[in-house]
Write a protein of this length. Structure first.
Length: 61
C-alpha cells in the first residue's frame, strides 16, 4: 500500500498495483523521493504522483 497524510488531516491509501514502477522498485528506490507542493517525485523511477492523482484513484503504469 502507498499511504499519504494530507494537510487537512485526511489519509489516502492506494494499492501499489496502481503504480507498477513503484511495485517493481526495491525498497531503497521507493525510499528515495522528494515531496513538492501537492506531489511526490521519485527521480530514480521518473514518477510523479500528485494529490489529485491519489484522490481521483488515477492509475499510472
Amino acid at each position: 500500500m502507498l499511504s499519504f497524510e494530507l494537510g487537512d488531516g485526511r489519509s489516502i491509501s492506494v494499492p501499489l498495483e496502481f503504480y507498477p514502477p513503484l511495485l517493481a522498485a526495491n525498497t531503497a528506490t521507493r525510499n528515495q523521493y522528494e515531496i513538492h507542493a501537492g506531489s511526490v517525485y521519485w527521480a530514480g523511477l521518473r514518477l510523479t504522483l500528485t494529490s489529485a492523482d491519489l484522490l481521483m484513484g488515477r492509475h499510472k503504469g
